[in-house]
Design a binder for this molecule. Structure first.
Ligand SMILES: CC(=O)SCCNC(=O)CCNC(=O)[C@H](O)C(C)(C)COP(=O)(O)OP(=O)(O)OC[C@H]1O[C@@H](n2cnc3c(N)ncnc32)[C@H](O)[C@@H]1OP(=O)(O)O
Ligand SMILES: O=C([O-])CC(=O)C(=O)O
Length: 376
């Protein structure tokens, strides 16, 4: 019998068509619904990008107003969910907290069992609006602080800071955060999005798909890398120590977090924009240490290994400079990626076929079951 070709890690496999976004590794570029992501960062904001991903077109002023009004009206958590969040172990991983909160939101959603396109879209809006409230509440409760109520007078990104810190920072900080949310929003068939599509392909609901996406995003090879990058920068300590630190990693053939990418082999399309806004954060805060250390690491990785940084590399220090606790970084990524995951859930469901690949069996040949007494 001829051996089937195995595509380990599904490298190079086209699993379906998609009209949501396009990664062009040959030019290090990325478009959402045909718009270059860098241009979206400069010309729009995260709410407009969320609308674009879900509807295929940028909103008109009236459409944006309606979208924002719906988002602002759905931010509050139920008293039952707040009670559950209060009962989480204080040392619960924040990604486990948001994954569990999303599952809970699914159970209490008024349209829980309805997987029609219209209901899934309404549920996506509720998830999009509530996720920041849950992420911020879990973070504050883990530190013994009371959750803060969302402020419906504030746009999405301003409200995020309000929920976490109880105040809104200067516009430069909001802009850098908003840019990170646009850049993190969507990236074709990455592991978490493919997971969400696989769950959707079984006919399951959007809360299940997004909870599964969160579980996949937590891993350090995917979204968890933005936290690992900041731990790494702190371990390195200073730009002067970066080259020796990196050589030590090479000696042990260790992975360097925030570097490498399955699709981009000559640079991640999002890195220049995120680096620009991380640099702005360093200016605002007046602390250049992390960006200088990053610069040396990136230069050395390229010279020694020809490996480029990915989006998590500048996003890690950017979030740190914004004042977020490191365990918040991947949950922030969740709040952004909910938009991309949901767009893929809608697309998968609209033209569905169960996702079910094959495995090539390499175990022992078929054999008889020995009786218990005969098993040595
Ligand atoms: C938002 C995101 O999810 S972006 C990704 C975030 N993840 C990280 O930053 C984690 C660190 N990076 C990695 O682990 C990998 O680069 C991944 C998982 C992102 C991509 O993995 P793959 O596509 O399977 O990369 P692949 O294994 O083919 O890498 C090619 C070579 O580069 C090496 N390499 C890739 N990334 C790194 C890295 N970060 N540090 C050191 N070496 C690396 C591999 O070891 C491999 O070397 P080899 O040919 O000697 O075996
Ligand atoms: O595309 C990938 O494999 C990972 C990634 O960069 C993302 O999900 O943003």
């Amino acid at each position: 019998m001829t051996e089937p070709t195995i595509y380990k890690g599904l490298v190079g496999v086209y699993a379906d068509v998609s009209a949501v976004s396009k990664v062009m590794p040959e030019t290090n570029s990325l478009t959402y619904r045909g718009y270059a992501v860098q241009e979206l960062c400069e010309e729009t904001d995260f709410e407009q990008v969320a609308y674009l991903l879900w509807h295929g077109e940028l909103p008109t002023a009236a459409q944006l107003q309606a979208f924002q009004a719906e988002e602002r009206a759905n931010r509050a958590l139920s008293p039952a969910l707040l009670r559950v969040l209060r009962d989480f172990p204080k040392d619960a991983h924040p990604m486990d907290a948001i994954r569990t909160a999303v599952s809970f939101m699914g159970m209490e959603d008024p349209e829980s069992a309805d997987v029609s396109d219209a209901a899934q879209r309404r549920k996506a809006m509720r998830l999009f609006a509530k996720a920041p409230t849950a992420v911020a509440a879990a973070n504050r409760l883990s530190k013994g602080l009371e959750p803060i109520e969302p402020d419906a007078s504030l746009p999405y990104s301003e409200n995020f800071f309000h929920l976490v810190f109880g105040k809104v920072p200067q516009p430069e900080v909001i802009k850098s955060f908003d840019v990170s949310m646009i850049l993190y929003a969507e990236h074709t068939f990455n592991a978490s999005t493919f997971t969400a599509r696989t769950v959707t392909s079984t006919g399951a609901d959007i809360h299940g798909a997004i909870a599964a996406g969160i579980a996949a995003l937590k891993g350090p090879l995917h979204g968890g890398a933005n936290e690992a990058v900041m731990h790494m920068l702190k371990e390195v300590g200073s730009p002067e120590a970066a080259v020796d630190w990196l050589e030590g990693k090479f000696d042990h053939r260790a992975l360097v977090m925030g570097f490498g990418h399955r699709v981009y082999k000559s640079g991640d399309s999002r890195v220049p924009t995120m680096t620009k806004y991380a640099e702005k954060m360093a200016e605002v805060v007046g602390d250049r240490r992390w960006m200088e250390t990053s610069r040396v690491l990136a230069k050395q990785m390229l010279e020694r290994k020809n490996i480029h940084p990915n989006l998590d590399f500048p996003a890690g220090p950017a979030y740190y400079l914004m004042g977020f606790d490191i365990p918040m970084f991947t949950p922030i990524f969740v709040c952004s990626r909910i938009t991309g995951w949901a767009a893929h859930v809608f697309e998968q469901a609209a033209d569905n076929r169960l996702i079910r690949p094959l495995s090539h069996y390499t175990g022992v040949d078929q054999r008889a079951v020995p009786p218990l007494a005969a098993r040595g």
